[in-house]
Each structure stands twice: as C-alpha cells, then as structure tokens.
Design a protein around this ligand. Structure first.
Ligand code: THU
Length: 135
C-alpha cells in the first residue's frame, strides 16, 4: 500500500465536501484488498442529523458496489485551507469499520499532509469493539 497516494485521494475527496453548516471539510479514501480506492466526503443537511461522515460515505459507496474486504482508510479534515490537526473518525464511523474490517489489520490513517500522518489499527482506535464475531 502506498500511504501517500491514499492520502492524496483523501485530499481529492475533501474537495467535494458538502459542509455549509459546520464548514468543517472531511475527505476519506478507502482502499480495498483488491487495490481499488473509494472516495467519500462529509455530506451535511439543514436538519443536521441526516449528516453523513466522509468515512461512512466511502464505506457505503464501496459496500453498495459489492466490496467486502478492506485494507486501509485515509482521512483528512479541517476548516478551509490545509488541515492543521488530525481528524479522527467519530465513534459511529469506527463502528461501521468494525462491521467490515479486521480490527487487528485494518489501517486507520489520519493525515495533515502526504507525509505527516498517524497510522493505527482499527483495534487501537476501537478497543474491545463489538462486531460480527461477537454474535
Ligand atoms: N465528520 C466526518 O466527516 N467524519 C468524522 O469522523 C467526524 C466528523 C464531519 C461531520 C460534519 O459534517 C463535520 O465533520 C463536523 O462534525
């Protein structure tokens, strides 16, 4: 996996962010085990609660195209301009990752630039997670 390329795709995805309310723009790039990349952005709503995070947009695009096996996700987020801080996935997005990814090997990468990033496993991001193997 080329982490810098995945981060670049997350920056591309962020360009499409629809975030007129928070103005906080998030982009995500989800890498499948087959090597495909699905991009997602946050999509807000005047009624607020229907808002969808960038990570879930990427997952739902991929899963709805039949993808089920994932290797990594790169996330970039922040207000206008270049992100200054790392954008970590919210709890709901971590739970969606838990549904489709192996917590010990799936990489969650949050970046501020192509070469400045944090790379954690899903298990580190969501310890003691509840997933399909719990049932
Ligand atoms: N957001 C994401 O896209 N991903 C996250 O994991 C955290 C939050 C979005 C939702 C909303 O549009 C904006 O960031 C502010 O919460």
């Amino acid at each position: 996996m080329k982490v810098d390329e995945l981060i670049e795709k997350a920056f591309e995805a962020r360009e499409a962010s629809y975030s007129p309310y928070s103005k906080y723009k998030v982009g995500a790039a989800l890498l499948t085990k087959g090597g495909k990349i699905y991009k997602g952005c946050n999509i807000e709503n005047a009624s607020y609660t229907p808002t969808n995070c960038a990570e879930r947009t990427a997952f739902f695009k991929a899963v709805s195209e039949g993808e089920r096996e994932f290797e990594a996700i790169a996330i970039v987020g922040g207000y206008d301009g270049s992100p200054e801080d790392y954008a970590y996935p919210c709890g709901v997005c971590r739970q969606v990752m838990m549904e489709f990814c192996d917590p010990k090997s799936f990489h969650v990468i949050t970046a501020v630039s192509r070469d400045k990033y944090i790379d954690k496993t899903l298990e580190e991001m969501l310890p003691y997670g509840f997933g399909p193997s719990s049932l």
